[in-house]
Every structure is written in C-alpha cells, then in structure tokens.
Design a protein around this ligand. Structure first.
Ligand SMILES: *Cc1c(COP(=O)(O)O)cnc(C)c1O
Length: 227
C-alpha cells in the first residue's frame, strides 16, 4: 500500500511540475468502494485524508468507524438515500437534479448542517453516464444552489470517457475546465472557489495537466504490490 501511494504521489508531483503547477494544490482522494475498513485504515496510515464512497449503504456502514477522515459521496444518489448521504458525507459530488438538490437542502436544514456539493457533468456525453450535458442546465443549477442556505457549491465533477484515447480524455477534462470559466463569468462571486474533481487511476496525469484539483483514485492505490 505504502509503495502504491508513494508512486502515485510521485507521478502527480511530476505531472504537476511538467505543466507548471504546484503539486500541493492537488488533492488525492482514495476511492474506497468495496474496500474493507482494514484496507481503508492502511491507506489512511499513508497520510491520505480524503476518501470517496459510491454507495450510500456502504458509506453509512463505514462512516462511524472513520471519524477522522473526510468522506465524499461520489456515486449516483437516489431520493431515499439523501438523508443518510447528508448525515455521513462531508460533500456530495454527484448533484445534477433539481429534486435532489431540494432534498439535500431540506435534510441539511433538519440536521443543522452546511452541506458541500459539487455538480456532476457528463463531459463525454456517453449515454450510460450520469450528470448534466448542457451548459445552460449547469448555469441554472448553480443559480438554484445559490438560493439554498444550507448548501455550498464547492466544485464540478466529471468522469473521463470510459473507452477512448488520450485526446478524448483530454477533451473531456478541458471541457470541465471551460465550464468552470463559464460559471465564474456568470457568477463572479464564485470566482476562484470551485474545485475540479476529475481524474481516476487510468487518467489522473492527464487530469492534472488539464487543471484538476482533486483526483479520485481507487484501483491503482489498492492494487497488489509487486515485491
Ligand atoms: C470507482 C470510481 C473512481 C475510481 O476509479 P479507479 O479507476 O478505480 O481509480 C473514481 N470516481 C468514481 C465516480 C468512481 O466510481
């Protein structure tokens, strides 16, 4: 585990320097879906302070044992899971529907909690993916979230194309970067305050080059280490 973490951190560091960024500005999230508490504690022992869970059920089971680490919900969210997601997650990264936004606001209010959210955008336009596909819809959701006093919009999230070469991946990530510029133009009060959550095991270096602030890495961290 330690070696995986070190190797990934080194690759992030190198990618950042290649494009003139400060490696310190890039957060590495460990994606811990399907991983046991024991595996998670090993990755935390390597200094990682942020984990991501896909299923609210799993989040709910693990969170009580993980009170020193920040946890983000990075999977699709159904209405009946919103309450638990608000309770156990520090941020919900997969917001893309008005109905869910209103529910998050309601539960956050009930729980007297300020809830961080990110908007998920489907930058590769693949049908099987979640997230918004239009810039206008994005701007309307940003506006809506701005009216909710228990929500704080902290960024945009995307997944790169599932199949596809480097240029498709790059285009998908640079699209998210551009969309954030569009949001900043329309809502100058948000300028400089939104993170881009993009980049996974297979494409995190490209994501760094395209401006990612948060990498969500699972399989590469937990891969069997060669000895
Ligand atoms: C599983 C998952 C990841 C991590 O993917 P790996 O390829 O294992 O690094 C990142 N983001 C989301 C939304 C995921 O579901």
């Amino acid at each position: 585990m330690k070696r995986n973490v070190e190797q990934i951190q080194q690759r992030i560091h190198d990618a950042a320097l290649r494009c003139g960024r400060d490696p310190e500005d890039i957060t590495l999230m460990a994606v811990t879906k399907t991983r046991s508490l024991n595996e998670i504690s090993q990755v935390l022992a390597c200094g990682i302070g942020l984990i991501g869970e896909n299923r609210v059920q799993e989040l709910q089971e693990k969170a009580p044992f993980l009170d020193t680490v920040r946890i983000h919900c990075i999977g699709p969210l159904q209405s009946n899971k919103v309450k638990a997601a608000v309770r156990y997650a520090d941020c919900i990264q997969t917001v893309s529907r008005e109905k869910i936004i209103r529910l998050i606001q309601r539960h956050a209010q009930d729980q007297s909690k300020m809830m961080d959210v990110m908007i998920e955008f489907n930058t590769s336009q693949e049908a099987q993916k979640h997230g918004l596909t239009s810039r206008d819809d994005l701007l309307s959701l940003v506006e809506l979230i701005g009216t909710m006093d228990h929500l704080r919009l902290t960024g945009l999230m995307t997944m790169g194309p599932l199949g596809g070469g480097e240029s498709d991946i790059r285009r998908s990530f640079s699209r998210l970067f551009e969309l954030r510029e569009n949001v900043y133009q329309r809502f100058p009060e948000l300028s400089g305050n939104m993170l881009l959550s993009m980049g996974m095991s297979g494409d995190f270096e490209i994501a760094v080059e395209e401006g990612s602030d948060m990498l969500r890495v699972g399989s590469a961290l937990f891969a069997q280490e060669q000895s």
